[in-house]
Design a protein around this ligand. Sequence first.
Ligand SMILES: Cc1cc2nc3c(=O)[nH]c(=O)nc-3n(C[C@H](O)[C@H](O)[C@H](O)COP(=O)(O)OP(=O)(O)OC[C@H]3O[C@@H](n4cnc5c(N)ncnc54)[C@H](O)[C@@H]3O)c2cc1C
Length: 429
Amino acid sequence: MKRRLFLQNIGATAIGFSFLHSAMAGQLAASAGAVGRVVVVGGGMAGTSVAKYLRFWGGAGMDVTLVEPNASYISNIFSNMVLTGERTLSQLTFNYSTLKSKYGVKVQNSSVTSIDPVGKKVKLSSGTTLSYDRLVLAPGIDFEALPLSGTTANKAKIVHAWKAGTQTTSLKNQINAMSKSDTFILTIPPSPFRCPPGPYERACVVADHLKRTKGGGKVIILDANPKIQAAVQNFTTAFNSTHKGIITYVPNATISAINADTMSVVTSAGTFKGKVINAIPIHKAGNLITQSGIGLNNSANGKWASVDVLSYASTNPSLAGIHILGDSSSTTQPKAGHIANAEAKVCADAIINIFKGGTILQVPMTNSSCFIPITKTTVSWLTAVYRYDPATKTMIPAGNGVTESNGANSENYEDMFKWFKNLMADTFS
Ligand SMILES: Cc1cc2nc3c(=O)[nH]c(=O)nc-3n(C[C@H](O)[C@H](O)[C@H](O)COP(=O)(O)OP(=O)(O)OC[C@H]3O[C@@H](n4cnc5c(N)ncnc54)[C@H](O)[C@@H]3O)c2cc1C
């Protein structure tokens, strides 16, 4: 009952920053009545959340195995602040020990290499084969190749840093080596991409950092889209006022070539040169999904998995029992960590009810929040609550729709750290 109420009310707060807080955390429900084997692939925001909540809400009869190649997870959220030295990667690193010890999730440090949807089995790179009753795929994103030329050494400098890790460190070092007469070029791919406000946020924090630490510099945003994709009001103010003279925003800039030897980017809006080129490539669902052809949605260019948002089950009838969530799925919700955590709860609730022979909740709600640093001390935010619309069978913005803060301020800065702490605790502990 608590689970149902939570799923119905998750978005009820005014600005939707809520999560299931530790007040509801506790011992596993010993006799929740659901019995079944679930393999979850991908220990990121979506996969870890679903594995935890399958056991937390489903009880000890749920046999849950999480497959993830890495021993720990580095959060992309806040990774823009690693570039400017306000956070370290180790502060953004989370492990799976609580998932194992408190919730009884089995963790296999390996990659899934193939899926047999008929035999209901997955193969791991370790050689192990796992059988499942339900399979949840949450492998995040992968990228299309960039039109990149140059020597191998020069090409290695063109990073996206859109999956936090070694590329984040490389980009941070390149920014630190800039002087006030240098230019930072950021390229943004066509939507959809992970974290719609993320690239514009990066431009702001890099501009602020250059101004503060170098006494100046230039940031050129080459956006393949016709306009800013999120938080338009706050980013327009940031580009035209807060970071005036540093940030230049160029829309409709489709990239045709990047030359790493001359450090130039050729686009439909002209050719641009920079000291640092931070090129974010076109996104697609995690390779596991595209390689396996898991119910790809042609309306989304065949790059994302099509799902029923009541349970995140694949809409491909030959893939019965397979659910896909987080950034890999094609929904009307943003590709974001907060929404991945919310989707995971809807999916966990649905799977538990399927195992119990009950009905799937027909009115799921999800919510998403994003705090957006504009400078080192000021932050804006963007939030939305989504509800299921039976007519379109999609999640649509509820209430006030997608809302952004009225400017950026230092109070939001404090709230941002609380929000992150809660989100990561709700996912990893
Ligand atoms: C700079 C930046 C800032 C961001 N800021 C925010 C923010 O403020 N708020 C917000 O809500 N979101 C933010 N995001 C977005 C957020 O990070 C993603 O939307 C979120 O991580 C998606 O979760 P996911 O589980 O789908 O993918 P991920 O978190 O990427 O997890 C995918 C996991 O799957 C694993 N995997 C892949 N393939 C396999 C395989 N074959 N077998 C086993 N495991 C596999 C990977 O190792 C990985 O651990 C930001 C992103 C970036 C880049």
